[in-house]
Design a protein. Structure first.
Length: 218
C-alpha cells in the first residue's frame, strides 16, 4: 500500500532530482514483535509465516524502487544478495533476518525484517551529498527529512494525503483491471515489479535456508 501513497512518490522525486547526489546506500527496516504465537499468520509455516514474506517484502521493494529511480529506471533487481536470519525451532520460519544487497551502480542496501523484534522502522537513503530519512515509510504517517552535507538545518516535508492509506492501492488495482494502468513514472507496484520482488525474496529465503512446502510444487 505504501508504494501507491504520495509520501513514497515524494521520496522518489527527491531521489530523481539528485538533491542528495548519487545514491550510495539504502537502509530499510520493518520489524515488529508479535510475541510467541507459532500458530499465527505471521509465524506459522503452513501459512507462509516469517518475517521475510510478511515485512521483508516492504524493505526489499523500497530498496528496489530507490535503486531503480537513482538510475532513471522504474525499479532495479539485485545483482548480489547475502543474508542471515534466525529460524524458530518450532515453526521453522524466520523470526528476524537481515540481507545485504548490491544493485547496479554499486548501490548497496541493508534490509532488516522481523516478527519477534521491534526496530525503528524507517528508511534512510544515503547519497554522496547528503541523506533522506523517511521516518514512517510503511504507514506513511511521518515526515521526510533531507539533510545536505555541510548544512546545519535539514529540510522537513510532510506529504499531504487525501485518502486512507490502503485506498490508494485499491484504486490503482481497480483502475488496472479496467484497463487504466498507473502513470508511466508512478511509484505504484506493477505486475512485473511484484514478480521481481518475489524473486528477490526467494533469493533471500534461500540464503537463510527457509523453504515452504509450496516451493516444491510443480
Amino acid at each position: 500500500m505504501y508504494r501507491h501513497h504520495p509520501q513514497t512518490e515524494k521520496v522518489a522525486e527527491l531521489v530523481e532530482s539528485n538533491v542528495i547526489g548519487k545514491v550510495r546506500m539504502i537502509d530499510a527496516q520493518f520489524c515488529y514483535n508479535s510475541g510467541i504465537k507459532p500458530e499465527s499468520r505471521a509465524q506459522a509455516r503452513a501459512l507462509g509465516g516469517g518475517g521475510i514474506l510478511d515485512v521483508g517484502c516492504y524493505a526489499m521493494s523500497f530498496a528496489r524502487l530507490i535503486a531503480g529511480r537513482a538510475q532513471d529506471r522504474l525499479f532495479a533487481e539485485p545483482l548480489e544478495l547475502k543474508a542471515v536470519g534466525h529460524l524458530d525451532a518450532q515453526t521453522r520460519t524466520d523470526m528476524w533476518s537481515m540481507a545485504s544487497v548490491r544493485f547496479e551502480g554499486d548501490i548497496l542496501a541493508n534490509l532488516s525484517c522481523g516478527v519477534r523484534v521491534n526496530a525503528e522502522n524507517r528508511v534512510v537513503i544515503y547519497g554522496d551529498k547528503g541523506r533522506i530519512v523517511v521516518q514512517n515509510p510503511w504507514f506513511c504517517a511521518g515526515t521526510i527529512i533531507v539533510q545536505i552535507d555541510g548544512q546545519s538545518e535539514p529540510t522537513v516535508t510532510e506529504p499531504m494525503a487525501d485518502r486512507q492509506l490502503f485506498t490508494y492501492e485499491v484504486d490503482a488495482f481497480v483502475a488496472e483491471m479496467r484497463g487504466q494502468p498507473i502513470g508511466a513514472r508512478a511509484v505504484g507496484m506493477r505486475f512485473d515489479d511484484t514478480l521481481g520482488n518475489m524473486k528477490a525474496l526467494d533469493w533471500w529465503r534461500a540464503e537463510i535456508g527457509l523453504g515452504y512446502e509450496a516451493d516444491t510444487v510443480r
